[in-house]
Design a protein around this ligand. Structure first.
Ligand SMILES: [Zn+2]
Length: 264
């Protein structure tokens, strides 16, 4: 079967500072963060193969300036590496039996959430989808649910405890693997990495076996996606999307039947 893995960097074990994730340069701290995330991906990949020997796995490096150390990534899998011009649905198709979201952080504004943000950690105050606050996880899970006649279920999420809670609130059946407990914006208590890897392998296998019974997040169209910027930031970048309407200085909205045509 086909499986899809979306990755981000801020939710990985032993990552808890912006200077580990925001910098474009390959500093020792950034390289370390990438190695940690890559080890988590490899563990989840092994779990998928445990459950499905014929697994065809596609990974998308969803962290803006790249979160994966490609030299350490499992060589059996396909990869959409860091690059410019990527658009929704980011290589995900209706043929994928499930989506796994690794290295996830909580949505912007989450109290005590380590490296909490929504898409841009510098500019975005909040996203709402059909009136409900969503972070990256919720937005992508709903988008996955719109694909094909059934939708693609989000079957496993790993990240800090608050990202895991965010996932469970939206998808009660989802498998979760906490990597750390958030203690503040740049503070976390990390689990032992070895324990995280063994949980990821085990839970990814369990999630793959259960995938057919995990319901996709399937919201009926039309979709109203609203983005609100932090003070001092405008919405110009969003106005190039079809149907985008400026609501006020810091708020933009699009109403659509096709979420993949938006900035989701
Ligand atoms: Zn992110």
């Amino acid at each position: 079967m086909k499986w899809y893995i979306l990755t981000d960097l801020e939710g990985a074990c032993r990552v808890n500072r912006w200077d580990q994730t925001r910098v474009d340069e390959l500093t020792p701290d950034k390289l370390y963060a990438r190695r940690m995330l890559t080890a988590e991906i490899n563990a989840a990949v092994q779990g998928l193969y445990d459950a499905d020997h014929e697994a065809e796995i596609l990974v998308w490096d969803g962290h803006g300036n790249g979160g994966i150390d490609n030299t350490l990534l499992d060589e059996r899998i396909a990869l959409i590496a860091r690059g410019s011009g990527i658009r929704p649905p980011y290589g995900l198709t209706a043929e994928h039996a499930g989506m796994l979201v690794l290295g996830q952080h909580p949505m912007a504004g989450t109290p005590r959430g380590t490296l909490a943000h929504t898409y841009s950690s510098r500019t975005v105050e909040e996203y709402r989808l059909n009136g409900q606050p969503v972070g990256e996880l919720g937005a992508r899970a709903v988008m996955a649910g719109t694909l094909g006649t059934r939708g693609v279920p989000t079957i496993l999420v790993s990240g800090d405890d608050l990202a895991c809670a965010e996932a469970r609130a939206l998808i009660p059946e989802v498998y979760v693997v906490p990597t750390k407990t958030s203690l503040g914006e740049e503070l976390a208590e990390h689990r032992a990495p070895a324990a995280v890897y063994s949980d990821l392998r085990e839970q990814a296998a369990a999630a793959a076996r259960a995938a057919a019974n995990i319901p996709p997040v399937r919201w009926a169209p039309p979709y109203t996606l609203r983005a609100r910027m932090k003070e001092g930031f405008g919405v110009e970048g969003y106005l190039r999307y079809d149907g985008a309407t400026q609501i006020d200085e810091r708020t933009v909205e699009v109403v659509t039947d096709d979420l993949t045509k938006t900035w989701i």
